[in-house]
Design a protein around this ligand. Structure first.
Ligand SMILES: Cc1cc2nc3c(=O)[nH]c(=O)nc-3n(C[C@H](O)[C@H](O)[C@H](O)COP(=O)(O)OP(=O)(O)OC[C@H]3O[C@@H](n4cnc5c(N)ncnc54)[C@H](O)[C@@H]3O)c2cc1C
Ligand code: FES
Ligand code: FES
Length: 1338
C-alpha cells in the first residue's frame, strides 16, 4: 500500500497535487473554494440538477482509449479522481482567451437568462460533442436530461443544440416513418417552416465552427502514469475518514477482508446522497480503481456477463450493441433493460453510477433490479475465500442474510442470461416526470411458454416502489402456471397480484391507490404486449388484438421537436444603430456560458470569513421548552450561536403591515421556523454544530396545516377582501342554470437555481456594513439590516450584481436571513457568509400559495354567465408575509378575460402551521385565473358546449369595464384569441383530436385554449417610482446604474439598449456593473413585470438630461466622437453625470368601495395546447402549444420571447407535475430535485409556436413596450385544461357522466385515477379515517 500519497489529477490541463487530502471533500467545493473555479455551480448537492456538471476523462492503459464522460461534481469524492483529467466550464473557453462554440451558441441562441444553470448545460453539451462531434438532436437533448433550468423553458437551449446537428433543420430520424421535413402530419398542414419566418432570433452564419482539433488534449503525463506506474493501493487519510483505493482485485479483496463494513464506492451516487442527506458516516471507504475484472464484458453460452464496475451508460451502449447483433428472441431481457436505461436518471448519473453499485444499493425504486430478477440473473461474487454465485432474486433484493453477500465479499460481475424462444420480458415504469425522475412504480415481467400452446410455463413479476424493497409476486406467478394466456387469466392474475402485493393506506410515498392501479395496469400492458408478439409469431393460433386495445401499447406521441417564433421587425425607418426592437443577446450571455458571470457565492473569501447556518424547528406548532447550545459551542471552529435573546428588540422588522419575527422566541409555528444561527469558521463545522443544538419542544394545539383546517378553526390573516359588481343575487334569479363547484390548487416552489445566498462584510470603519446578497429588493435589505444593527441606512450598503433566479422568492425571507447574518457579522466584526443548501432553502422559504376556490355560477343555456359568486382561500402559512397582497391581486385579476356582469368574490388568507408562503411569479393570478377557468369549463360541460365557445361568449368586448370599474379596451385580447385560433388550426385539430379519441381507447388527446388578460401595475404611485444614474467619462464611455435587479429577465440588457438609443451611441460604449443602494437609493422591489419599464423610463430621463446638456457641444462639432464631446463638456464645466427619475404610474384602489384604477395597462394573450395521455399510467405528453401575445412594441423580442416561454413552462410545471408533499405533522418531504419535479427538457412541447401581435402603441410605457415577466405563467393552464379534455373523452367513452373533479397539479396520479376503468374498480380502497395517510393536501 502507498501509505502517504499525494492526490494527483488535472483540472483544465493543469496539474493539481493535493498533499492534505480530505476524503470527505467532493469535487464541487474543491473546485469552487480551493481552486477558485467558480464557474461550476451548486444547485442541489445531490446529483439532481446538473448545475455542477464537469467532464471527467480517464485513460485506460489496456484498451488505450480515453473515456470522456459528464459527471456531477457535487457527488465526486476528490480521492476518486487520481489520474483523471477534469474539465470545467473555465477550461473550454473564456472571454479572455477564446470562447468555445458551445458557449457562444448557447448565449447567442438566447439559451441563458439568469445563467446559473448555463455552465452545467454547456458542459453536458460539450462532453457529448467530445464523444460525438456530429450528434443527432435526440442525443443532444438526451445529454441534457440531467440538467435543470428554471428560466428559459429549454427551447432556446434546444435551438443551440440543433446548430451542432449534421442537418440542423431536420430531426434526422424517421419516427413513425415520418420526417420533420414532411409537409403534412395527420392530414394537417404543418406550421410554416421556421426558416421562412423573418426576422430571425439569431444568425447561424455568424457562429464559430466546431473544430474538435482545438480541444484540450488529455494530459500525456496521466497517460504515462497509467501505463507505467506500479499498481499499488492508495490510501488517503483524513480527520475522520480513510479512503482506500485498491488497484488490483487481490488488493481489493484484502481491503474488504480487513474492513468488511466499509462500502465499496464506485459512482458514489448512492453512498454520496446517503452521507449528505441522511447523515450516514463511513470511517473507511474502499474505492476500487480501474480493476480490469470489474469491467469485463463477456458473451458466454449462457448469456452476457457484465463487470460490476461498468457504468450504467457503458451498460447501455453494450446492450444496444448486443441487441443489434443477436437474434431477437435471445435479447428480451436486454431490450427491457435498455428501455429503462434510457430514462434512468440523467446522463451524468448514468455515467458515474456502476452496475454493481446499482444492484447492491437495492433501492426500493431501482429500475434495473426488477428486470435483472425476472431475467434470472446471477451475481458472481469473490472474496479471499474464493468465488461463488448467488441468484439476484427476491431474497437477495430483500437483503435476506442467506441470499446476500458476506461482509468481505464483493460483486465482480453479473450474468444476464439470454432469453429463449417463446420467452418474453417487458419493462414498465411511471414517474412524476418522463425523464430523470425515480419511478413511482416500476416493474419487470417475464413469461415463458415453451414450444407452442400458449400455456404459461414460467412467470415472474417484480415490482419496485411498492414496498421497502423490490417485491416479487411469487405466489401469484406460481398459481398462474399452466394457465392459457387469455383475458380470463389476466383477470385472475390481477386479483392475485393485488392480494399479494398489498400496500397499506399509510404506505410511505403516498399515492397508494395510484400505485395499486399501476400494479395491474402494467400487468394488462404486459398481457397485451405478449399477446401481440404471440400473434406476430403464430397468427393462426393467436387472435389479432382489437383496435380498442392496440393503443395501450403505443408510445406517447413522439416526434421531432419543432419551434417557431414570430415577431415583427423594427420599423425600416429606425436608424440602424438604434438597438431598440432588436433581438439582442443577454448582456451577460457569454459570461454565463463561460462561467465568468459572478454570483453571490462566487465572491472570493474575505479575510477571516465565517459561515452561518440556521437551526430550524422540527415541530410545526410547539413551545420551546429549552435550547441547549453547549455541545454545539464546544465543537472546534464554532464561534457563536445567535438566538432571539441576543437579538433582543431587534428580532423583528415590519415591511408591510405586521412585523415579521426573525428567530423564534418561545414558540415555533412551522417546521422550518428559524430558531437560531450557528456561526463557525467553516461551512462544514457550522453544519456539524447545528446538528448538535438540542431543542426540547412541547407540542401545542391546534395543528393547522390545510386550508380546510384553517377554515374550521377560523384561522385567517386580516383583512378579508371582497370585490362586488352588479347585483349578484338578482342575477341568479334570471339564470337558466346554477352550478356550484370547487377546485383545489397546490403550491409551488420557486426553485430558483441559485439558493438563498448572502455575504455580509463589516468595513471596520464608522460601523459601515456591505451586504452582498442575492435579492430582488436591496433597499429592503438595507433597511432591515440597518434596523437590526440600529444604524442609519447610510451606513449599510447592499450590492447585487446578478441573481440566479428569484421569481418572487428573494425578498422577505432573504431580508430576515440577511438581518441575522449582519447581526452576527457586526457582533464579531468579521465577514459572514450564509448560503442555503437546496433542502434548507425549500424547507424555510415557502413558495406560491396553495388555493382553494369555491364558486356558484348562474348561466344561460347558451353559456353566458350572468352571476358569479366566488370564494378564494389561500394557505398563507405561519406569518403574514405578502399573503394579503397576493389575495388582493388574485381578486383584482380573477376575471381574467371575462366580463361577468354580476360578480362577487371574497378572498381570505389562511394562517396555518406551514412555512410562510410568499410572492411567486404571477402573484395570485395563476391561482385565481385557474379557478375562473375551471368554473367556465364546468359551465361549458353543463351547456353541452366546448369550453372555448363559452370562453369566447363571455369575453370582454372592445371597450368595457373591469369589476373594479377600470376601463379596458379589449381589442387586442380578441385579436390574440382569433390569431391563436387560426395559428393553432384549432377547429381542424379539434376534429383530429376527436377522430383520434374515437379510434384509441387507452390513449386520448385533448385540446384547450385559454385567453389571457394580465393587468400590470403596482397599485400605488410610490411603488412605481424608479431612479437611474448615468455617468459619461472623459473617454466617452458611459456607465449606467438603475434600481432594477438583473435576475435573468435581461433588464440590464434592455437598459443598455435604452441608453444606446437615447444617447445615440453604440451599446458597446455603455456599461452596467450591477445594482447598489450606494448609487441608486430607495429603489423599489424588482418584480411585478415592470422592472425594465420603470427603470427604463428613469434611464431614458437621465440620458435625455445629459443629451440636452451636451447638445450645444455636439452641434458645434457634429462629426466629433463621444470622447471629443465629453472632453469639451468638461472643459466648459458641463456636468457629465445625471440622475434620471420616473415618478410611477398614477394608480389607486379603494377596497371599501371596490373601485379604483390599480393598473396601468393590460397584457393580452392566448395559448392553445394539445396533449396526449396514457389512460393506463396517467402519463401525458404536451404535443403542441401555440401562444399569441400582445407585447406592445417589444424592446428586445429575444428577451421577451424568453420571458413568455420560460413563464409558460414554469406554469405548465405548476399545473401538472410540481407537487409539494407535507407529512401530517407538517414536515415538507419534497426538499430537492429528486422529490420535487420542475419541468425538464423532456417536458418542452414537441411543437412550440410563439407569435406577437403587430406592435401596438401603449403610450405611457417605455417605448410602448409591455412588461411580460409574469403573465405567461397562467398560460400553462392551457395544458391543464387540455389534459382535462383528454380525461373527459376517456370518461365519456367509459360511460362516466358524473362531475369530473380534477385538482391542480394534474399529476400522473390524478390523470390515471380519473380515467376510471375496470382496473381502478378492481383495486382495494381504504376507508378514510382508517389509516394515517403519508401526506396531507395543504
Ligand atoms: C440524481 C439521481 C437520480 C437517480 N435516478 C434513478 C432512476 O431514475 N432510476 C434508478 O433506478 N436509479 C436512480 N438513481 C440511483 C442510481 O441508479 C444508483 O445510485 C446507482 O446505480 C448506484 O451506483 P453507484 O456506483 O454510484 O453506487 P455507489 O454509491 O458507489 O455504491 C452503492 C452501494 O453498492 C455497494 N457496491 C458497489 N459496488 C460493489 C461491488 N462491486 N461489490 C459489492 N458492493 C458494491 C457499495 O458498497 C454501496 O453500498 C438515481 C440516483 C441519483 C443520485
Ligand atoms: S449541484 Fe450537483 S447536481 Fe445539483
Ligand atoms: S437560465 Fe437556466 S436556471 Fe436561469
Amino acid at each position: 500500500m502507498d501509505s502517504a500519497p499525494e492526490l494527483l489529477f488535472y483540472v483544465n490541463g493543469r496539474k493539481v497535487i493535493e498533499k492534505n487530502v480530505d476524503p470527505e471533500m467532493m469535487l464541487l467545493p474543491y473546485l469552487r473554494k480551493k481552486l477558485r473555479l467558480t464557474g461550476t455551480k451548486y444547485g442541489c448537492g445531490g446529483g439532481g440538477c446538473g448545475a455542477c456538471t464537469v467532464m471527467i476523462s480517464r485513460y485506460n492503459p489496456i484498451t488505450k482509449k480515453i473515456r470522456h464522460h459528464p459527471a456531477n461534481a457535487c457527488l465526486i469524492p476528490i480521492c476518486s479522481l487520481y489520474g483523471s483529467a477534469v474539465t470545467t466550464v473555465e477550461g473550454i473557453g473564456s472571454t479572455k482567451t477564446r470562447i468555445h462554440p458551445v458557449q457562444e451558441r448557447i448565449a447567442k441562441c438566447h439559451g441563458t437568462q439568469c445563467g446559473f444553470c448555463t455552465p452545467g448545460m454547456v458542459m453536458s453539451i460539450y462532453t457529448l460533442l467530445r464523444n460525438h462531434p456530429e450528434p443527432t438532436l435526440d442525443q443532444l437533448t438526451d445529454a441534457l436530461g440531467g440538467n435543470l433550468c428554471r428560466c428559459t423553458g429549454y427551447r432556446p437551449i434546444i435551438d443551440a443544440c440543433r446548430t451542432f446537428c449534421k442537418t440542423s433543420g431536420c430531426c434526422q430520424s424517421k419516427e413513425n416513418g415520418i420526417c420533420c421535413l414532411d409537409e403534412e402530419i395527420n392530414g394537417l398542414q404543418e406550421f410554416e417552416d421556421e426558416n421562412k419566418i423573418n426576422p430571425k432570433l439569431f444568425l447561424e452564419e455568424d457562429f464559430l465552427p466546431l473544430d474538435p482539433t482545438q480541444e484540450l488534449i488529455f494530459p500525456p503525463e496521466l497517460m504515462r502514469m497509467a501505463e507505467k506506474q506500479p499498481q499499488t493501493t492508495r490510501v488517503f487519510g483524513g480527520d475522520r475518514m480513510t479512503w482506500i483505493s485498491p488497484v488490483t482485485l487481490k488488493e481489493l479483496l484484502e481491503a474488504k477482508f480487513k474492513y468488511p463494513k466499509a462500502p465499496v464506492v464506485m459512482g458514489n451516487t448512492s453512498v454520496g446522497p446517503e452521507v449528505k442527506f441522511k447523515g450516514v458516516f463511513h470511517p473507511i471507504i474502499i474505492s476500487p480503481d480501474r480493476i480490469e475484472e470489474l469491467s469485463v464484458v463477456n458473451h458466454g453460452h449462457n448469456g452476457l456477463t457484465l463487470g460490476a464496475g461498468l457504468s450504467l451508460d457503458q451498460v447501455k451502449d453494450i446492450l444496444a450493441d448486443v441487441i443489434q447483433n443477436f437474434p431477437y428472441e435471445k435479447t428480451q431481457t436486454y431490450r427491457a433493460l435498455l428501455k429503462h436505461l434510457a430514462t434512468l436518471a440523467g446522463s451524468q448519473i448514468r455515467n458515474m453510477a456502476s452496475l454493481g453499485g446499482h444492484i447492491m444499493s437495492r433501492h426500493l425504486d431501482s429500475d434495473l433490479n426488477p428486470l435483472l430478477a425476472v431475467g434470472n440473473c446471477t451475481l458472481n461474487l469473490l472474496s479471499k475465500e474464493g468465488e461463488r454465485q448467488i441468484a439476484l432474486n427476491e431474497q437477495f433484493l430483500s437483503k435476506c442474510p442467506d441470499a446476500d453477500l458476506k461482509p468481505h465479499e464483493i460483486l465482480v460481475s453479473v450474468n444476464i442470461p439470454y432469453s429463449r424462444k417463446w420467452e418474453f420480458v417487458s419493462a414498465f415504469r411511471q414517474a412524476q416526470r418522463q425523464q430523470n425522475a425515480l419511478a413511482i412504480v416500476n416493474s419487470g415481467m417475464r413469461v415463458f411458454f415453451g414450444e407452442g400452446g400458449g400455456i404459461i410455463r414460467e412467470l415472474s413479476i417484480f415490482y419496485g416502489g411498492v414496498g421497502p424493497t423490490t417485491i416479487c409476486a411469487k405466489n401469484s406467478c406460481q398459481k398462474l402456471i399452466g394457465r392459457p394466456w387469455n383475458e380470463k387469466t389476466l383477470d385472475t392474475a390481477c386479483r392475485l397480484v393485488l392480494e399479494e402485493v398489498s400496500l397499506p393506506g399509510s404506505a410511505p410515498g403516498g399515492k397508494v391507490e395510484f400505485k395499486r392501479t399501476l400494479i395491474i395496469s402494467f400487468l394488462f400492458k404486459f398481457y397485451l404486449e405478449v399477446s401481440q408478439i404471440l400473434r406476430r409469431m403464430d397468427p393462426s393460433h393467436y387472435p389479432q388484438l382489437t383496435d380498442k386495445y392496440e393503443s395501450a401499447l403505443e408510445d406517447l406521441y413522439s416526434r421531432h421537436r419543432w419551434s417557431t417564433a414570430k415577431y415583427q421587425n423594427v420599423d425600416p425607418k429606425q436608424p440602424p444603430q438604434d438597438p431598440i426592437g432588436h433581438p439582442i443577446m443577454h448582456l451577460s450571455g457569454i459570461k454565463h456560458a463561460t462561467g465568468e458571470a459572478i454570483y453571490c457565492d462566487d465572491l472570493p473569501v474575505v479575510d477571516r470569513e465565517l459561515f452561518l447556518t440556521f437551526v430550524t424547528s422540527s415541530r410545526a406548532h410547539a413551545k420551546i421548552v429549552s435550547i441547549d447550545l453547549s455541545e454545539a459551542l464546544s465543537l472546534p471552529g464554532v464561534v457563536d450561536v445567535v438566538t432571539a435573546e441576543h437579538l433582543g428588540d431587534a428580532n423583528s422588522f415590519c415591511l408591510l403591515t405586521i412585523p415579521e419575527q426573525f428567530l423564534a422566541t418561545d414558540k415555533v409555528f412551522c417546521v422550518g421556523h428559524l430558531v437560531c444561527a450557528v456561526i463557525a469558521d467553516s461551512e462544514v463545522q457550522a453544519k456539524r454544530a447545528a446538528m448538535r443544538v438540542k431543542i426540547v419542544y412541547k407540542d401545542l394545539e391546534p395543528l393547522i396545516l390545510t386550508i380546510e383546517e384553517a377554515i374550521q378553526h377560523n384561522s385567517f390573516f386580516e383583512p378579508e377582501r371582497k370585490l362586488e359588481y352588479g347585483n349578484v343575487d338578482e342575477a341568479f334569479k334570471m339564470a337558466d342554470q346554477i352550478l356550484e363547484g370547487e377546485i383545489h390548487m397546490g403550491g409551488q416552489e420557486h426553485f430558483y437555481m441559485e439558493t438563498q445566498s448572502m455575504l455580509v462584510v463589516p468595513k471596520g470603519e464608522d460601523q459601515e456594513m456591505d451586504v452582498y446578497v442575492s435579492t430582488q429588493f436591496p433597499k429592503y435589505i438595507q433597511d432591515i439590516v440597518a434596523s437590526t444593527l440600529k444604524l442609519p441606512a447610510n451606513k449599510v450598503m447592499c450590492h447585487v450584481r446578478r441573481v440566479g433566479g428569484a421569481f418572487g422568492g428573494k425578498v422577505i425571507k432573504t431580508g430576515i436571513m440577511a438581518a441575522v447574518t449582519a447581526f452576527a457579522a457586526n457582533k464579531h466584526g468579521r465577514a459572514i457568509r450564509c448560503i442555503l443548501e437546496r433542502g434548507e432553502d425549500m424547507l424555510i422559504t415557502g413558495g406560491r400559495h396553495p388555493y382553494f376556490g369555491k364558486y356558484r355560477a348562474g348561466f344561460m343555456n347558451d353559456g353566458r354567465i350572468l352571476a358569479l359568486d366566488m370564494e378564494h382561500y389561500s394557505n398563507g402559512g405561519a406569518s403574514l408575509d405578502e399573503s394579503i397582497f397576493v389575495i388582493e391581486m388574485g381578486l383584482l385579476k380573477m376575471d381574467n378575460a371575462y366580463k361577468f356582469p354580476n360578480l362577487r368574490c371574497r378572498g381570505r388568507a389562511c394562517r396555518t402551521n406551514l412555512p410562510s408562503n410568499t410572492a411567486l411569479r404571477g402573484f395570485g393570478f395563476p391561482q385565481a385565473g385557474l379557478i375562473t377557468e375551471h368554473c367556465i369549463t364546468e359551465v361549458a360541460a353543463k351547456c353541452g358546449l366546448s369550453p372555448e365557445k363559452v370562453r369566447q361568449i363571455n369575453m370582454y368586448n372592445e371597450i368595457d369595464q373591469t369589476p373594479y370599474k377600470q376601463e379596458i379596451n379589449a381589442e387586442n385580447l380578441i385579436q390574440c384569441w382569433r390569431e391563436c385560433m387560426a395559428m393553432s388550426s384549432y377547429s381542424l385539430r379539434k376534429a383530429a383530436v376527436e377522430k383520434f379519441n374515437a379510434e384509441n381507447y387507452w390513449k386520448k388527446k385533448g385540446l384547450a385554449m385559454v385567453p389571457l388578460k394580465y393587468p400590470v401595475g403596482l397599485g400605488s404611485l410610490a411603488a412605481g417610482q424608479a431612479a437611474a444614474l448615468v455617468h459619461i467619462y472623459l473617454d466617452g464611455s458611459v456607465l449606467v446604474t438603475h434600481g432594477g435587479i438583473e435576475m435573468g429577465q435581461g433588464v440590464h440588457t434592455k437598459m443598455i439598449q435604452v441608453a444606446s438609443r437615447e444617447l445615440r451611441m453604440p451599446m458597446s460604449n455603455v456599461h452596467l456593473r450591477g445594482t447598489s443602494t450606494e448609487t441608486v437609493p430607495n429603489a423599489n422591489v424588482s418584480g411585478g413585470s415592470v422592472v425594465a419599464d420603470l427603470n427604463g423610463l428613469a434611464v431614458k430621463d437621465a440620458c435625455q438630461t445629459l443629451l440636452k446638456r451636451l447638445e450645444p457641444i455636439i452641434s458645434k462639432n457634429p462629426q466629433g466622437t463621444w470622447k471629443d464631446w465629453a472632453q469639451a463638456a468638461f472643459d466648459e464645466s458641463i456636468g457629465l453625470s445625471a440622475i434620471g427619475y420616473f415618478r410611477g404610474y398614477e394608480s389607486d384602489m379603494n377596497w371599501e368601495k371596490g373601485e379604483g384604477h390599480p393598473f396601468e395597462y393590460f397584457v393580452y394573450g392566448a395559448a392553445c395546447s394539445e396533449v396526449e395521455i396514457d389512460c393506463l399510467t396517467g402519463d401525458h405528453k404536451n404535443i403542441r402549444t401555440d401562444i399569441v401575445m400582445d407585447v406592445g412594441c417589444s424592446i428586445n423580442p429575444a428577451l421577451d420571447i424568453g420571458q413568455i416561454e420560460g413563464a409558460f413552462i414554469q406554469g405548465m410545471g405548476l399545473y401538472t407535475i410540481e407537487e409539494l408533499n407535507y407529512s401530517p405533522q407538517g414536515i415538507l418531504y419534497s426538499r430537492g430535485p429528486n422529490q420535487y419535479k420542475i419541468p425538464a427538457i423532456c417536458d418542452v412541447p414537441t411543437e412550440l409556436h410563439i407569435s406577437f401581435l403587430p406592435p401596438s402603441k401603449n403610450s405611457n410605457t417605455l417605448y410602448s413596450s409591455k412588461g411580460l415577466g409574469e403573465s405567461a405563467v397562467f398560460l400553462g393552464c392551457s395544458v391543464f385544461f387540455a389534459i382535462r379534455d383528454a380525461v373527459s373523452a376517456a370518461r365519456q367513452e367509459r360511460g362516466l357522466c358524473g362531475p369530473l373533479k380534477l385538482h391542480s397539479p394534474l399529476t400522473p396520479e390524478k390523470i390515471r385515477m380519473a380515467c376510471e376503468d375496470k382496473f381502478t374498480k378492481m383495486i382495494p380502497r381504504d376507508e378514510p379515517g382508517s389509516y394515517i395517510p403519508w401526506n396531507v393536501c395543504i
